[in-house]
Design a protein around this ligand. Structure first.
Ligand code: DX5
Ligand code: ZN
Length: 226
């Protein structure tokens, strides 16, 4: 995938929930490609974000696809609700699924793109026998549950290993990175093989979120020193 094509997905978790429509409008008008939507259950991760009514409200205003990251156990229970509330991409956690193949098939049957997220401690090799069925793999570069955490450096190695694993099995696989992404590490992540960058606090805490998104989108990895 060439540099010009990489995807930027601002994470709504870092938006101002009291002025959500303004932040959605900002993303609509920006160079961003997707809305990243984090749903948490307080069990799989030690936090609760927001649920389907909020997601539905976002979907109503969003002019770009909703990239939904489910941080909850037994996600099969919520796939239909996810679809009904506007999801385009549904990503479930490897660590939260008993029958991952069944879950991925169910997501695809709903007409959504299917993704699997890996926690920092989970090796990418666990996906060897399912990678050909996936549209996306989400590499967590922080422990899931909160925005604003520090990026885990080992993530570069994981992305490169996953890219190599996907090379003959699924060359079109989208590799997405989530957690602590900023302008200091984004180029190196793309160079390692990432296609999609999630950014929460780096975008929404910026003085100018629109130009921050533009900066992330404009990264040219041919100029990148590694
Ligand atoms: C964390 C979420 C992330 C979060 C990223 O569990 O999955 O999407 O919003 O936030 P930042 O970019 O601030 O690390
Ligand atoms: Zn996320």
């Amino acid at each position: 995938m060439s540099a010009a094509q990489h995807i930027i997905a601002p994470s709504i978790l870092a938006a101002d929930f009291a002025h959500l429509s303004q932040d959605i409008e900002m993303v609509n008008e920006s160079a961003a490609d997707w809305f990243h939507i984090d749903i948490m259950d307080g069990v799989f991760v030690p936090n609760i974000s927001f649920g389907f009514p909020v997601m539905q409200a976002i979907a109503k205003h969003a002019k770009k696809p909703l990239d939904v990251h489910l941080m909850l156990i037994d996600p099969d229970r919520y796939l239909q609700a996810c679809k009904d509330n506007g999801a385009h991409i549904i990503t479930v956690h490897y660590e939260a699924c008993r029958h991952l193949h069944r879950t991925i098939s169910a997501i695809k049957e709903l007409g959504c793109k299917a993704g699997v997220a890996l926690n920092p401690h989970t090796p990418v090799q666990v996906l060897t026998d399912i990678i050909h069925d996936l549209d996306l793999v989400l590499i967590m570069s922080v422990n899931p549950g909160f925005g604003g955490q520090q990026f885990i450096e080992h993530s570069y190695t994981k992305i490169a290993t996953l890219r190599a694993l996907a090379a003959d099995r699924n060359p079109n696989l989208i590799i997405e990175v989530d957690g602590g992404v900023n302008l200091a590490n984004a180029g190196k992540l793309l160079k390692a093989g990432a296609d999609a960058l999630v950014a929460g606090s780096f975008v929404f805490n910026a003085e100018n979120p629109t130009s921050t998104i533009r900066d992330l989108k404009n990264i040219d990895i041919s100029q990148q020193r590694i």
